[in-house]
Ligand binder design. Sequence first.
Ligand SMILES: [Fe+2]
Ligand SMILES: [Fe+2]
Length: 398
Amino acid sequence: MELKKALFNISALADLGEEITSEKNFREKLQSLLYVILGTFLASKGAITCQERSGDKIAFAARKGFDNLSLDNIDVAGIRAAVKNEPYSVNSDPALVKAGVQIVTPLWVRNEFIGTIMLSRKFTSEAYAPEDFELLRVIAHQVAITLNNRSLFMNLTEQLNDNRKLYEEMRKIYHDTLQAFAAAIDAKDVYTRHHSQRVARYSVAIARELGWSEHDIEGIYVAGFLHDVGKLAISNEILNKKTPFTPKEMEEVRRHSLLSYKIISHIKFPWKDVEKIVKHHHERPDGTGYPDALSRNDLSEGAKVLALADSFDAMTSKRAYRDKMDLREALDELSRCLNKQFDDKIMLAFCKVLDKEIRGDLPIPNILPHLDKDFDLSLITALLEGIIQELSDGNEKD
Ligand SMILES: [Fe+2]
Ligand SMILES: [Fe+2]
């Protein structure tokens, strides 16, 4: 079931990935958007409806399932009277209940009622959690804005003239959806909340320091968000275990990077090698990593960046089986594992960017805001300078 869940999620994301790179009419785009929403919430049926141009009725703009739902029979006034853009559980409208609609979100932009998102129960039979409501609220807002363009309603099947604008809107939804997926991954493990987001930001900081192009930086950001998506297919019981893993459990947990790769290789990304970077985020320069035991020269720079960002966050976060390290301990640990687990060029970039952030030399810090602030400033800057000096000397000799 877990694997099915992950694949269902990702096939939806794959659809949307295709969407933003292809030219399709608006109705098809909405249909893809619906699939993403269904995937995100693990709902088997759903619909996006929109307010008709005249009168008080709403019509289907996209649907999956709900074949026996007639929108003529539902209480639209009741939906309009509910809190704007706030998902709620349906219990008083017999037509909705009978058709299996469980959650309705009335979509509003300012004072205009736009339509709704309707979802069935989850196919896992789990109840909708408070985080689901939170995510749905974010997504609803995006959908409402997208639907708000009046001209889109007038003829949904007509190609939009303003493709660029739509593309930008889809792109934004795509990014929000990625965030929603990352939240879903991190929610699996109470100890790794926001892990994917931090890894994405740390990777961006390192890549920028390495002088990557903005396009490639966006790619590693996405890779950071999705690197642990394969964990959706691994049981919570193992992931949240408070005692050390048995060899068998370790093997199971280690499957996640290959699973992440398999899952996201279906997605047509606008960026190069996202899936390969993700696949290799647990590889090590000394060749003892997994799943392919690649060595230094076979590893892409992206994989090395992601590996360091991932480990640094793991070290500085509390996990089920151990406490977190403070910044000094984490830097010592990274240094200790240099060349075995981490690449020295990446470590140099990481230390430089962290040093700049601590000195306030960067307008938008990506690492510092996520760290505990109780470190000894002079000790850390001295430590960073020492590492930078040593690694710079080493690089010169190369
Ligand atoms: Fe991982
Ligand atoms: Fe990770």
